[in-house]
Design a protein around this ligand. Structure first.
Ligand SMILES: *Cc1c(COP(=O)(O)O)cnc(C)c1O
Length: 483
């Protein structure tokens, strides 16, 4: 499998899966995609229907990765997708399924269900990919006798998913910056209670943007970055995207009886990583009718799919909402879809994303390409705090099921795109306990707490308070890498 950049530099250069595994952007600033999407045959679909999650993941990853020996790859997926890791489920039978499908009911003739993606260690869907990345990184580093120091900034979800994926991994340290005293007690406890010696929590005296600026400053010091082997695990990482393709197949098999049926998926979206994986599953030949992009008040993506105009927001125009993991000003994985939409024309992609940098966006409304979003199955919608709260309440009353704020955005928008006879699967991206305040507002009761999390907030915490100063963070890294 050969990978290329969406911006086309170095066309003809070959990149394998392992070469791009530890990297982020391509050298020309583009994102990596396979030169061709692998297709699934009807026979494969039939055979895959009954596979356990780990083996399905192996089959799908094998199509994108031909430079890790099959036995090793199979061992990695089996180590990652175990019932013991995805054990934070509503009922015991479903843990073995890793991503159980929970049926809600039939609305407007369409079976409506939730695909539970948040049963992993941090109760958000990012665990699905991040846990695999942890094992893949450890494997790749050991093979070459290398080490990696992951540096990141988080306001909650991503940082904890990365820490739980990397804890105890040989050759890897994590330096995670978070804004001091700005996260919820639950989120803070999730991260700071980790006692693993390779995990370092740095509480920055400032806001999230200060933490983010420090990461940028350290990464721009190329000499420091090279000497201390600084890397990242952000949402544009190709392996993260491809790991997410698996649960679209798993969800399809759970919702259908034969490969002649089609289903639709609704995806609570921020950086377009999750729904990009759905797009890839569809390009591989999975019978997906619609891919519904659900946004919150930060409706950059909904605006594009309705109008053809992609207009990124300034920091001051980004709303802080009650579905905070979808609060984005631009969607970092969107370029991958635009590349396919434009018929894989790297020169045009380069121009459009230059326009994003220089003019804040681009307009495809008048181009012949925009109508093709329908051929790719895409539709969209957005939600607000009020509709979110109403949806949480409605789903609880009607189906006795408590959903989190991001999943509520998904259900709200899914209901605008139901088609009789076509199952609608909403991806459940987090558990309610992570966003307790809005649950209490909607339901006047406490969110459900998985047993493993009882007393989390009273565990001892391990973190270092640092001023918002890049040099102090560098000093900390130097002092703790022993190199
Ligand atoms: C990250 C996240 C999202 C958004 O996913 P993208 O891949 O960035 O589109 C949605 N919901 C939750 C709970 C998340 O953590």
């Amino acid at each position: 499998m050969n990978y290329l950049s969406t911006r086309g530099a170095g066309a003809g250069e070959r990149h394998t899966f392992s070469e791009i595994l530890l990297g982020g952007l391509a050298k020309d600033g583009g994102l990596y995609l396979p030169a061709d999407y692998p297709r699934v045959t009807p026979d494969e679909l039939t055979r895959w229907r009954t596979l356990p999650y780990a083996d399905l993941a192996f089959e799908i990853l094998s199509k994108f990765c031909d430079d890790i020996p099959a036995d090793d790859l199979r061992a990695l997926t089996r180590k990652t997708y175990t019932a013991a890791t995805y054990c934070n489920v509503r009922d015991d039978e479903s843990a073995a399924q890793i991503t159980p499908l929970k049926t809600l009911g039939v609305e407007d003739g369409a079976p409506l269900s939730l695909l539970e993606l948040s049963n992993g260690p941090t109760l958000a869907f990012k665990d699905m990919a991040m846990q695999l990345i942890g094992n893949l990184f450890e494997y790749a580093l050991a093979k070459h006798g290398e080490t990696l120091n992951i540096l990141g900034a988080t306001s909650g979800d991503t940082g904890s998913a990365a820490e739980y994926a990397m804890r105890g991994k040989k050759g890897i340290r994590v330096f995670m910056l978070s804004p001091h005293k700005k996260m919820s007690a639950f989120q803070t406890a999730q991260m700071y209670s980790l006692q693993d010696p390779n995990i370092f929590n740095l509480a920055v005296q400032g806001v999230f943007d200060d933490a983010q600026d420090i990461v940028k400053a350290v990464s721009n010091d190329h000499a420091f970055k090279a000497k201390y082997k600084i890397g990242t695990v952000n949402s544009i990482n190709w392996a993260r995207v491809v790991a997410q393709v698996v649960y679209y197949f798993k969800g399809y098999f759970a919702a259908t009886k034969s490969n002649a049926e089609r289903v639709s998926f609704t995806v609570p979206s921020g950086n377009f990583g999750n729904v990009c994986a759905g797009h890839i599953a569809r390009m591989m030949g999975l019978p997906i009718e619609k891919l519904v992009v659900a946004t919150n008040e930060n409706d950059v993506l909904d605006e594009f799919f309705r109008t053809g105009i992609y207009r990124v927001r300034k920091a001051a125009e980004t709303y802080h909402t009650s579905s905070p993991s979808m609060d984005i000003s631009k969607a970092s994985n969107f370029e991958r879809f635009v590349y396919d939409l434009l018929g894989r024309d790297p020169a045009r992609v380069l121009q459009l994303f230059r326009d994003v940098e220089e003019k804040g966006g681009f307009d495809l409304a008048a181009s012949g390409d925009f109508p093709r979003v329908k051929e790719f199955g895409f539709v969209s919608g957005s939600s607000s705090h009020d509709t979110r709260v109403d949806t949480i309440r409605d789903v609880f009353q009607r189906y006795d099921t408590m959903i989190d704020t991001h999943t509520a955005d998904g259900v709200k928008v899914a209901r605008e795109h139901l088609q009789p006879g076509i199952p609608m699967i909403v991806l459940e991206t987090a558990q309610p306990i992570k966003f307790g305040e809005t649950i209490r507002e909607a339901l006047l009761r406490e969110p459900e707490r998985p047993a493993a999390f009882s007393g989390l907030e009273s565990l001892p915490q391990r973190f270092e308070v640092v001023p918002a100063d890049a040099q102090r963070v560098k000093d900390f890294i130097v002092a703790n890498t022993g190199e």
